[in-house]
Write a protein that binds this ligand. Structure first.
Ligand SMILES: Cc1ncc(C[n+]2csc(CCOP(=O)(O)OP(=O)(O)O)c2C)c(N)n1
Ligand SMILES: [Mg+2]
Length: 312
């Protein structure tokens, strides 16, 4: 969790220094969500998400170097520098991106689950998306088929309270998790700021999906401390609200729990922080010193259907 946090704080600094540009959406505040899923799921379960992807990419095991280099658009990045912040990707790690179309990853998650079931594996698929995606028609189309076909998929809305500058209460009617009721799909609300309760519930959900091959819809209530993207004056929320949520910071909360319960000494946590800091600085260094892709890379990894029947 701390790696995700420091990675992004450093990335934001680099962005502000003009080291890289384009879209960049930070996950700061939501780290317990990615971490709990990674803790509970297997490395070969499939994951797909939206554009707020850095935290999930790092927990999936893509190195800080490959992630930072991707932000910098360098050839050593996890998408060879051609995807950038929104399109982290690593097929070997069963990590299918990184998608910029709000809600586009919902049917993709069902597709991954369909493939897993069709091939007779016991692997799950997880599709993460934001509260802004819940009102996309694709969610309803996908939920219907996923429930009918009993697909082993967990749909996860990371409800961070806002879709760009619009509060969830202004863009979505009713409680988000209840959308699943219309399809008879199992659903629950989880506290995305609390790692332990997330892990506990996810263990139960993952076991159920694996055993019975039925979908779940989880509404994870979380919060993003930074703006929607790097250019967001955040006029839509108050300082008081931010302060209130800062008291619930998932990392600080975990730290105080560990110390209070004497699970580890403060010095052991400081050591982790130092190690993380070194890893992130190394990643920045690596990214800065890596080459940009060759111009010829424009013609690589391009999907071409030569025999597509409707082309002339
Ligand atoms: C289909 C589509 N419509 C609109 C947009 C523009 N857009 C980009 S991000 C965003 C907000 C999405 O918010 P949410 O789903 O809550 O995710 P969060 O940013 O909070 O992680 C919108 C509307 C888009 N990328 N795709
Ligand atoms: Mg949101």
């Amino acid at each position: 969790m701390y790696l995700q946090r420091r990675f992004e704080e450093r990335a934001a600094q680099s962005y502000q220094r003009g080291k890289f540009g384009g879209f960049c959406h930070l996950y700061i505040g939501q780290e317990a969500v990615s971490t709990s899923f990674e803790h509970v799921l297997n490395g070969d379960d499939d994951m797909v998400s939206g554009y707020r992807i850095h935290g999930i990419g790092l927990t999936r095991g893509i190195s800080a170097r490959a992630c930072m280099a991707e932000l910098y658009g360098k050839a050593t990045g996890c998408a060879k520098g051609k995807g950038g912040s929104m399109h982290f990707f690593d097929a070997e790690k069963h990590f299918w991106g990184g998608h910029g179309i709000v809600g586009g990853q919902i049917p993709l998650g069902a597709g991954l689950a369909f493939a897993n079931k069709y091939n007779g594996t016991k692997r799950l698929a997880v599709s993460f998306f934001g509260d802004g995606a819940v009102d996309q028609g694709a969610l309803n189309e996908t939920f219907n088929m996923a429930q009918l076909w009993k697909l082993p998929v967990i749909f996860v809305v990371e409800n961070n309270g806002y879709s760009m500058g619009t509060a969830v209460g202004r863009h979505s009617a009713g409680e988000l998790h209840k959308r699943a009721d219309a399809y008879g799909m199992k659903n629950a609300v989880l506290n995305g700021l609390d790692l332990f309760s997330m892990i506990e519930k996810l263990q139960e959900v993952a076991a159920d999906v694996r055993e019975n091959s039925n979908p779940w819809f989880l509404e994870v209530r979380t919060y993003r401390y930074r703006g929607h993207s790097m250019s967001d004056p955040q006029n839509y929320r108050s300082k008081e609200e931010m302060e209130e949520f800062k008291q619930l910071d998932p990392i600080e909360r975990l730290k105080s729990y560990i110390i209070k319960e004497k699970i580890a000494e403060a010095s052991a946590l400081e050591k982790i922080e130092e190690e993380v800091e070194a890893e992130v600085l190394d990643a920045v260094d690596f990214a800065e010193n890596s080459p940009f892709p060759e111009a010829s890379a424009l013609y690589e990894d391009v999907y071409v259907e030569n025999d597509f029947p409707f082309t002339v």
